[in-house]
Design a protein around this ligand. Structure first.
Ligand code: C5P
Length: 266
């Protein structure tokens, strides 16, 4: 008989990467230093509550739910390091105490925040996941699928979903003005990418050392690995790994949590 587990409950997932295991050790970096302006005024996005618990805590639990993840590095807003540390103390994150949680200070762009988080990853870790705090509800099966694919030899792995909407490439114009369409990519070949993205550590470090992007920097770590000319593969993502960006996403996230709670009741 197969045991049944509530989603994101600690359980036997990918074989563990703890000390003594021969499997490569895995760490997760959670960039959580963004302001989240599209969500409206208020606290930094990662510190906003979903059903009373900060998004960042949900995200940290989601990664720690994988038995393969031995360290979680949280990249805090530059002025929010102390607050993140006290949130970690206030919330029970890992029943078994098998995951180490570290907090570092973030930077001005997501790319900079990931680089600072990566610098804090313990030396013996060979696989690094990068996961947006803004995707608090990613199921553990998605986390494990990414790790397994890196373990199988892929230098960079991205969970992604096919698109529901057709996508147009446009010539961006002033806000609200009609914009000329340049192209319509074939929808069946497009994927919307999520996190956690998984990497061979040396590959991700090399990407962060050698790829610099102007403006807001890289919004996606796998894109930096592509620029190195290395292969990146996609594995199936999950609809619950959506990014909380706009106010309506908060409503959806709380509905998902309510459904999980109701399912646990049976
Ligand atoms: O702004 P966006 O939703 O694309 O941010 C994605 C993730 O990157 C969020 O978890 C956010 O907290 C993080 N981020 C960061 N440092 C920044 C900007 C964004 O850690 N300077």
């Amino acid at each position: 008989m197969t045991a049944e587990y509530a989603e994101n409950e600690p359980r036997p997932s990918a074989a563990d990467g703890s000390a003594g295991s021969t499997l490569p050790r895995t760490a997760a970096v959670i960039p959580a230093a963004g302001r989240g302006v599209r969500l409206g005024p208020g606290a930094p996005k990662a510190l906003r509550a979903l059903n009373g618990t900060p998004m960042l805590i949900h995200a940290a639990r989601a990664l720690a739910a994988s038995r393969a993840v031995s360290t979680v590095v949280i990249v805090a807003p530059p002025d929010g390091e102390a607050e993140v540390r006290s949130l970690l103390d206030a919330h029970a994150l890992d029943g078994g105490g098998r995951t180490e949680f570290l907090v570092v200070r973030g930077g001005a762009t997501r790319q900079e925040s990931v680089r600072l988080g990566l610098a804090a990853v313990p030396a013996d870790v060979e696989i690094v996941l990068v996961h947006d705090a803004a995707r608090p509800l990613v199921p553990v099966d998605t986390v494990d699928a990414v790790i397994e694919t890196v373990r199988a030899g892929a230098p960079a792995v991205v969970p992604a979903l096919p698109l529901a909407d057709t996508v147009k490439e446009v010539e961006p114009g002033p806000k609200g003005e009609p914009e000329p369409v340049l192209a319509t990519p074939e929808r069946a070949r497009l994927r919307a990418v999520q996190t956690p993205q998984g990497f061979d550590r040396a590959t991700l470090v090399r990407a962060h050392e050698s790829v610099t992007l102007a403006g807001e920097g890289a919004t996606d770590d796998a894109g930096m690995v592509e620029r190195l000319g290395l292969p990146v593969v996609v594995v199936p993502g999950h609809e619950e790994a959506f990014k909380v960006t706009r106010p309506l996403d908060l409503v959806l996230a709380e509905a998902v949590l309510a459904r999980r709670k109701a399912n646990r009741g049976f």
